[in-house]
Design a protein around this ligand. Structure first.
Ligand code: ATP
Length: 314
């Protein structure tokens, strides 16, 4: 089984409880572990895969809380770092229509430093880049770029999720697009939401968007479409794979559960080429990942809602 290195941020989401969209009026918040790459590492581990998280938290109680959650989920945190800067915090309120108000207090996640000892461990393994905060600058961005280079050098399978956050890139979408492009060019697998696919390809039509991404170099493209399932595209075929029917309560983390489940399955194969060449195998993998995403929407929160192997097999 291959190891999956998940690189990026781990932070606290303070979610406003029942107060509508206006954060200025929010009185109560619940503390949740957040950070897409960290969620992905938990999704993999919960399904029996081997995942490692590479990111930085503050040397404070929030950092301790976050790393403890990953440890409880059996994620290898031996390469996680702690810095003197406070743990990154996000405050968010969401109203019934999904409208968000958002305050982001960026701290330790940006301070991840490069660890040269990891390069040899990347050999023939899987690197997953979840880019919600990584491309916003700081030492994390430089480290991120170096690990991408190391991964390519060591023949690792590269996976990329841009994790576009409107609030973080307001009025600088062009910078986001420019910074994502090298990752799309170098990745074997890219996972996009509908909005990300359109933004990063410059095409509204998803078939045209996939063509742009394939021409850039990505071999497998998955575009997650919520209850509609997932569009899967390779150079040979393109199809939408339906999801299962659920009664969603909270869609947070569905995309992370999806990509985590897909990577966990890919990690079981010694040769990526075999996966790519087998349409039926790839289709079944995406169908299973759809199920993982769907199950995650049935409960509140991200990590706590990720499916176990038992739930997924039932
Ligand atoms: P995130 O907001 O976490 O970044 P995302 O937008 O990438 O996620 P979604 O499309 O919401 O991801 O969900 C990922 C996958 O989970 C979907 O492709 C689908 O298979 C499944 N899924 C999500 N929501 C539902 C739903 N309401 N019903 C059935 N399946 C769902």
């Amino acid at each position: 089984m291959k190891k999956v290195f998940c690189i990026g941020e781990l932070l606290i989401d303070f979610v406003a409880e029942n107060q509508g969209k206006d954060l200025s009026k929010a009185k109560e918040f619940s503390k949740k572990a957040g950070g897409a790459p960290a969620n992905v590492s938990c999704a993999i581990s919960k399904l029996g895969g081997e995942s490692l998280f590479i990111g930085c938290v503050g040397d404070d109680p929030f950092g301790t809380f976050l790393l403890r959650i990953l440890e409880n989920e059996k994620v290898d945190i031996s390469s996680a770092q702690k810095s003197d800067t406070f743990t990154t915090l996000a405050f968010v309120s969401i109203d019934a229509d999904g409208e968000r108000d958002f305050v982001f207090s960026r701290g330790a996640d940006k301070e991840l430093t490069y660890d040269s000892s990891l390069k040899s461990r990347f050999e023939n393994n899987i690197l997953h880049f979840g880019a919600a905060t990584a491309l916003l600058g700081g030492s994390l961005e430089e480290t991120y770029n170096r690990y991408l280079f190391d991964g390519i050098t060591k023949n690792a399978f590269i996976s990329f999720d841009p994790n576009y956050r409107v609030d973080l890139w307001k009025n600088k979408e062009d910078v986001f697009i420019r910074k994502c492009h090298p990752y799309i060019e170098k990745s074997h697998l890219c996972k996009f939401s509908l909005e990300e696919a359109q933004l990063l390809s410059g095409k509204d039509n998803l078939d045209e968007a996939c063509q742009v991404f394939h021409e850039m170099g990505t071999q497998i493209i998955v575009i997650t479409l919520g209850s509609e399932g997932t569009l899967l595209s390779t150079a040979k075929f393109s199809k939408t794979i339906p999801s299962i029917k659920v009664n969603p309560k909270d869609t947070t983390g569905a995309g992370d559960a999806f990509i985590g489940c897909l990577l966990q399955q890919i990690s079981q194969h010694s040769k990526f080429e075999n996966v790519l060449a087998d349409e039926k195998l790839l289709t079944n993998m995406v169908a299973r990942a759809n199920k993982a995403g769907a199950i995650t929407t049935e409960n509140f929160g991200a990590i706590e809602s990720l499916p176990t192997l038992q739930q997924l097999d039932s």
